[in-house]
Each structure stands twice: as C-alpha cells, then as structure tokens.
Design a protein around this ligand. Structure first.
Ligand code: NAD
Ligand code: UDP
Length: 350
C-alpha cells in the first residue's frame, strides 16, 4: 500500500516519469539511497523492467505502468516530480515522431497539472537538442538555438522546446516550482543494446567484432557525461533553493570527435573491428559542447568521472549483456502488455 502522509513526513515522495529508462532507473537508485519514497512511472516504450528489477521488492519503491500522455492520478502526497518520460535516442524518437511530440507537449502538461494539484516541485529533463545544430560554440544557456523546425529531429527538439515554454508558463501563471535541466549526451550501463546511440552502438559492435558504423566523416563532435555524474546533477538541481529555476546545462565539457570515440572504444575492447563510414543522418549537429559555468557557480556541480572510468564501466556492462543474450537477440524495446506486467507483479506494488 502507498504510505500514509504521516509515514512519509520525514522523507519525500518522489515521482520519476520515465523511471524504467536508462537515466531514470539510475535516478530511482539514487533517490532510494537518499531515503525517499519513489514512484516510477513508465509506459516501457524504450524503458525496460530489467532496469528496475532489483528495486521491485524495495519497501519504498513502486512501479506504475502508465503513459504520461494520459492524465496522471497519484493519491498520495507528492513532493517532487522528475519528468524524464520521452524517448531520447534519435532512432527511437523518430520511430513515432507524432508520439514523441505529444509525449513532450501533452505529457509535460499532464505532469505540470499534477505538480500544481500536489504543490510538488517539477524538474524537466530537457536537452542540448534545444540548441539544434548550434552556431555558437560551446553552448551557453543564453543561446536561443538553431533548430530546423520541419526536419526529422524536430519532433524531439521542438517538443522539448515547447515543454520548456510550458514549464515557465506554469511557473509564471500558477506559481509552480520548476527546475529545468538541459542534459547533454549521457552514457553508461543500462542503455539499450538497440538504443542506436553512438556509445552503445560502438561498444556492442566492437565487442562482437563487427564494423563500427561511423556516420559522415566522423569529425562531428559530442561531449559525453557518465550517468552517475548526471543523476547527481539532476538531484542537486532539484534540491537547490526554490528561487533557482534554471535552465542549467548538465553535461561533461570534454569534447571528442565521433571518430576519436570509435578508436578509443576499439582500443579499450582490444577489438579487431574496422571503421565503416555511413551517410550522416539529416540535421545531425556538427559540434556540441556544454558551457557549465552556471551549474558550477550556482549549484556547485561539475562532472567528476573521466571518460576512461565511465567507458570501463559501460564496456563491462555490455560485455555481460552480449555474453548473456548472444549476438543476435536484441532486448528491452517495446511496450509490454498489461498482462505481462500483472504476471510480473508490477502494477501498484507497495
Ligand atoms: P530512455 O529512452 O532510456 O528513457 C526514457 C523513458 O521514458 C523510457 O523508460 C520510456 O519507456 C519512457 N517513456 C517514453 N515515452 C513515454 C510516455 N509517453 N509515457 C511514459 N513513459 C514514457 O532515455 P534516457 O536516455 O534515459 O533519457 C531520459 C530523459 O533524459 C529523456 O527525457 C531525454 O529526452 C532526456 N535526455 C537524455 C539525454 C541522454 O543523452 N541520454 C540527453 C538529453 C536529454
Ligand atoms: N553516430 C555514429 N554512429 C552510430 C551512432 C551515432 O557515427 O552508430 C553519430 C551520430 O551521427 C552523431 C553522434 O554519433 O553525430 C551522436 O549520435 P547519438 O545518436 O548518440 O546522439 P545525438 O545525435 O542525439 O547527439
């Protein structure tokens, strides 16, 4: 049963939408470690029960299978909402672009309405994609961005931009406490094998000895943050004084070309894989690097985990996945039916 208000009075009840996803599941871990009650809500579009399986019997954790595009009902007191529900990999957010846009807009409105109803603080997982293919480098929060509004990435980029606007409108109109994080490329254990993003693709290809698929010339850049640093940043932002709304860039400013990443992963896995150059996807940003002065100054946050350490942990994770599922099977994507959820004993479990 959900805890009565008196039982949680010393601890927070925190909702994590998208909590069965890559970043969301690490955040659930952190929040439980901090002593909070955690409700994880997810429709399992790109999330996986595997990511939260160790938490399912935790006395302060419950999982609700729900799509944020439908109205949200939480009976208990609610103190904070981390709103992460949204596919993040280009491959997955472009699979159902209208679904992505409605998740960003309708989903965020539903979350904000719940925040108002419960007087809960809401943190939105926004993205460096709001800067599009940036013309300013590195990107400060003050940069308004350069997004192609009609391209294949627009469902995500423009959806997240609309969500940012909604956050600030609810703040101004209803006085809702908001926190806005612009997350840059994040990597680590629990990315899906078929996630399609660069680090997971390259590691799996290297471990299987398959060609490493470099899109374009490989000279485009990204800056990669290890997931533990990122979730600590999200939590630090959430716990910051009410007057602090953001937006804050959260990411690791170490900038690398895609080709450099490929060679680094080949070396670290002692792989025989070769580079295979493929066409660059439309609107693929050429350079990306966060300016994190604001987060350092106002939140006291900066990433601590170097790429070498983060890659080691991520490679070890995927090595286990590849060994246990074999080279052909791709796991973790797609909604599970309600009956599967019921069989696993997951719905409303506390
Ligand atoms: P992910 O795909 O692993 O996680 C997203 C989760 O949201 C999944 O569990 C998915 O099933 C769930 N979800 C999607 N649509 C939903 C819906 N309509 N209703 C309920 N649940 C839904 O991705 P991630 O990398 O963990 O990203 C989490 C959040 O962080 C996303 O909002 C993403 O936009 C943001 N972000 C991530 C990165 C990154 O590099 N990982 C960068 C920028 C922003
Ligand atoms: N990329 C690549 N090969 C892959 C997957 C991605 O070269 O197998 C490139 C992609 O074109 C982009 C960069 O790696 O330039 C990061 O892509 P990802 O999908 O991880 O994230 P995003 O483009 O959203 O930053």
């Amino acid at each position: 049963m959900p805890p009565a208000v008196s039982q949680v009075s010393l601890d927070r009840h925190v909702l994590v939408t998208g909590g069965a996803g890559f970043i969301g599941s690490h955040l659930c871990d952190l929040l439980l470690q901090r002593g909070h009650y955690v409700t994880c809500m997810d429709n399992l579009y790109t999330g996986s029960i595997r990511n939260i399986r160790p938490l399912l019997n935790h006395p302060r954790f419950q999982f609700i299978e729900h799509d944020v595009r439908r109205q949200l009902h939480i009976e208990d007191r609610l103190d904070q909402i981390y709103h992460l529900a949204c596919p993040a990999s280009p491959q997955h957010y472009q699979r159902d672009p209208i679904g992505t846009m409605t998740t960003c807009v309708v989903g965020t409105m539903n979350v904000l309405d719940l925040g108002c109803q419960k007087s809960a603080r809401v943190l939105q997982a926004s993205t460096s994609e709001v800067y599009g293919d940036p013309e300013i480098h590195p990107q400060p929060e003050s940069y308004a961005g350069h997004v192609n509004t009609i391209g294949p990435r627009a469902c995500y980029d423009e959806g997240k931009r609309a969500a940012e606007a909604l956050m600030f409108d609810y703040h101004r109109v209803h006085g809702l406490q908001i926190k806005l994080a612009r997350i840059f490329n994040t990597y680590g254990p629990r990315m899906l094998e078929n996630d399609g993003r660069v680090i997971s693709n390259f590691i799996i290809q290297a471990l299987r000895g398959e060609p490493i698929t470099v899109y374009g010339t490989g000279q485009q850049t990204r800056s990669f943050c290890f997931v533990d640093d990122l979730v600590r940043g999200l939590n630090t932002l959430m716990e910051s004084p009410a007057s602090i709304t953001g937006p804050f860039n959260l990411g690791n400013p170490e900038e690398l070309s895609v080709e450099t990443i490929a060679r680094e992963i080949i070396a670290r896995t002692a792989s025989k894989s070769i580079l295979e150059f493929k066409p660059l996807p439309q609107d693929d940003p050429k350079r990306r690097k966060p300016l994190i002065d604001e987060a350092e100054k106002r939140l006291g946050w900066r990433p601590r985990i170097p790429l070498s350490e983060g890659l080691e942990a991520t490679i070890a994770y995927f090595a286990m996945q590849v060994a246990s599922v074999g080279s052909a099977r791709v796991v973790g994507v797609g909604s599970r039916s309600a009956s599967t959820t019921a069989r696993l004993g997951l719905a409303r479990k506390r």
